[in-house]
Design a protein around this ligand. Structure first.
Ligand SMILES: Cc1cc2nc3c(=O)[nH]c(=O)nc-3n(C[C@H](O)[C@H](O)[C@H](O)COP(=O)(O)OP(=O)(O)OC[C@H]3O[C@@H](n4cnc5c(N)ncnc54)[C@H](O)[C@@H]3O)c2cc1C
Length: 301
């Protein structure tokens, strides 16, 4: 039979340290709590990244501020050519949004590839981005879509473009007293091809490597292209040299292979159970080519 202190030791790895729970009903009330509680507090969204970290005791906040009861943080709408998505909108809500299916199918495709239904019912787009995990899927998709983020503190609001938002692993431009309230995405112009190509070992896993692509063609040549990579560096990566190599050119197999080589050149993945650095880098190249090919088909070329 297990002794009491052995059980206590085991429990420590699955039960978070004690914390106080707060459930404000408005962004204003959440911001007040955040400024009062300071470093002691953590925001809780879907909890699918934060709670595992608390259970492993990598995070031990004394206070959790649950954003789940703030209606103004939810919803998807279009305003003046921009999609505005509340940070607490769940993956499932993204997937079933008629507006996104019509205007931004890349986001729907990406959300469908995140983990499993349990995670997608609770996990939120704002949490996925704010967490700053390069293995998460939304960050690269945001780069490919040219998104920006509304960050609000008691002092006011700022809108930060995705370029430069991710500073390192689990490190973003979010300040401790800020809440991400909204994600803004310019509506892709009609006829924009898109694809999120994700390689994962099994259903529910994070990407071994993935590529997000948006593509506009003018006749047979590339008018505009964006390529961003998931889980092959400390942050999501924008493959700028690969994009430059394609603009104004025909999207031939050789051009796509050359772009994939350039994308591989910026990869710096950490080896883990999903593979070593060389394998992950090769898979990033493979995903880039797959995404470009499908984006070309979807752009009607
Ligand atoms: C088994 C499993 C598999 C998964 N697979 C994938 C996958 O394949 N792809 C993928 O992308 N993700 C995956 N995830 C992660 C999942 O998508 C999480 O839901 C997501 O990373 C965090 O979103 P959340 O709403 O759960 O945020 P939480 O876990 O509640 O919060 C995460 C962090 O962001 C902060 N935060 C949350 N919301 C805000 C906000 N509005 N403003 C400021 N800070 C905020 C929190 O304080 C916390 O530090 C997986 C998770 C699990 C458990």
């Amino acid at each position: 039979m297990k002794r009491r202190h052995d059980l206590a030791k085991e429990e420590k790895s699955v039960i978070p340290a004690p914390f106080a729970y707060h459930a404000p009903r408005s962004v204003g009330a959440a911001l007040t709590l955040l400024s009062e509680l300071g470093d002691e507090a953590k925001l809780l969204a879907g909890g699918h990244s934060l709670l595992p970290m608390m259970k492993m005791r990598f995070a031990q906040p004394a206070h959790l501020i649950d954003l789940g009861r703030i209606p103004e943080l939810k919803g998807i709408r279009e305003e003046g050519g921009t999609l505005r998505i509340g940070a607490m909108t769940s993956e499932n809500e993204l997937i079933w949004s008629k507006l996104l299916q019509e205007k931004c199918p890349l986001l729907v495709e990406g959300a469908r590839l995140i983990s499993d239904p349990q995670v997608r019912y609770k996990g939120t787009i704002g949490g996925d981005i704010s967490h700053g995990d390069p293995a998460n899927d939304h960050p690269a998709i945001m780069l490919a879509l040219g998104a920006s983020f509304v960050l609000r503190s008691a002092a006011g609001e700022r809108v930060v473009p995705v370029d430069g938002f991710f500073r390192g692993t689990y490190d973003t431009q979010l300040k401790p007293d800020e809440i991400m309230t909204e994600i803004r995405i310019p509506v892709p112009s009609p006829g924009t091809g898109y694809c999120y190509a994700k390689l994962k070992r099994k259903v529910g896993d994070f990407a071994t490597a993935a590529a997000a692509v948006t593509l506009r063609m003018k006749g047979q040549t590339v008018a505009e292209v964006a390529i961003a990579l998931t889980n092959v560096g400390p942050t999501p990566l924008k493959a700028r040299a690969a994009e430059d190599s394609l603009r104004g050119k025909a999207l031939t197999d050789a051009a796509m292979a050359a772009a994939a080589d350039l994308a591989m050149g910026i990869c710096d993945p950490s080896p883990d159970q999903r593979g070593d650095a060389a394998y992950k880098t090769a898979m990033a190249g493979e995903m880039t080519q797959r995404a470009l090919r499908l984006a070309r088909t979807r752009a009607g070329r």
